[in-house]
Design a protein around this ligand. Structure first.
Ligand SMILES: Nc1ncnc2c1ncn2[C@@H]1O[C@H](COP(=O)(O)OP(=O)(O)O)[C@@H](O)[C@H]1O
Ligand SMILES: [Mg+2]
Length: 284
């Protein structure tokens, strides 16, 4: 069981996350939705301690995560792998090495710096790439891959961490619909087959509805909805996304990335900029 108790984070006089309390059972797939600036990224960053809460506490299986230091903190950060919108690979290293870097926290710094990996680690990294259908890219420089391929490499790297939890911060926001589907399917597969808890920020409602058994809606740092997709009524959507500048309600279609494979422009789209850009709520 993973728990956040009254977790807040302040930046100056801005309360980015405001007293969030959540209980997340192991193995759940949770989508966090909300407008840009709602506090979604800050919440995820606090979970894996890239940011520290200003107040409140975070607990995992009897450990107070928010108090960990040193080796114990690094061990926690290995237990909750993080996936970012911009992939965060090392572009000038080959794909295989990028994936093996998922082991960084489990081995000596020196061996990691020299990129000396065991045969077992190589085999495991290739298996992770195979699972994501990109083993043929193993020897390419990561920076030469398409966005969708890079995100799959990032997921393979996360798998190498053998995590208990995967945190994904808008993992499909830079991807075309076909690659968005591949990446979300991969996260669901990992969630279902390994029982790894997945907490993913999503800027589109339809993706959260389609993939997540639980949706947490944030607005102005607070959790304003926490329930099953079926419970997410138009009223709840309005509370999460508010109304636009002209006072009109938010139409749910406006928050759609549309993982829509009937869209011919999605087929074979390679670069992250090639496909149709998902409609972000950032500008609302
Ligand atoms: N490092 C930071 N310094 C100052 N303000 C920040 C920082 N990170 C986030 N914020 C502010 O906290 C609020 C929540 O941001 P964020 O967690 O990035 O929201 P979201 O991911 O939902 O778009 C925003 O108002 C943002 O400007
Ligand atoms: Mg964010």
């Amino acid at each position: 069981m993973f728990e956040l108790k009254n977790v807040s984070r302040r930046f100056g006089n801005k309360l980015a996350v405001d007293s969030v309390t959540l209980d997340i059972p192991q193995g759940q797939m949770v989508g966090v939705i909300g407008r840009s600036g709602a506090g979604k990224s800050t919440l995820l960053r606090m979970i894996n301690r890239l940011a520290d809460p200003s107040s409140g506490s975070i607990h995992f299986a009897g450990t107070e995560v928010s108090k960990l230091r040193g080796r114990a903190l690094r061990s926690w950060q290995r237990d909750c792998a993080m996936i970012f919108q911009q992939f965060n690979l090392v572009p000038r290293l080959d794909v295989l090495t990028n994936v093996m870097l998922g082991r960084l926290n489990q081995r000596s710094t020196m061996l990691s710096l020299l990129a000396i990996f065991s045969r077992e680690e190589r085999i495991e990294a290739i298996a992770a790439l195979e699972r994501l259908g990109i083993e043929q890219t193993a020897l390419q420089m990561a920076g030469t891959l398409s966005g969708g391929q890079q995100q799959r490499v990032a997921i393979a790297r996360a798998l190498m961490q053998q995590p208990k939890m995967m945190l994904a911060d808008e993992p499909i926001a830079s991807l075309d619909p076909l690659n968005a589907k591949i990446v979300m399917d991969a996260l669901r597969d990992i969630n279902e087959r390994e029982g790894i808890t997945v907490i993913t920020n999503l800027h589109t409602l339809d993706t959260a509805r389609n993939y997540c058994e639980r949706i947490v809606g944030m607005a102005a740092g607070r959790v304003v909805f926490d329930g099953k997709p079926a419970e997410l009524t138009a009223e709840a959507v309005k509370e999460i996304y508010g109304t636009d500048k002209d006072g009109a309600g938010i139409d749910e279609t406006m928050t759609s990335t549309a993982i829509n494979l009937s869209d011919p422009s999605a087929q074979g789209a390679a670069s992250p900029s090639a496909g149709p850009q998902p409609l972000a709520l950032a500008g609302l």
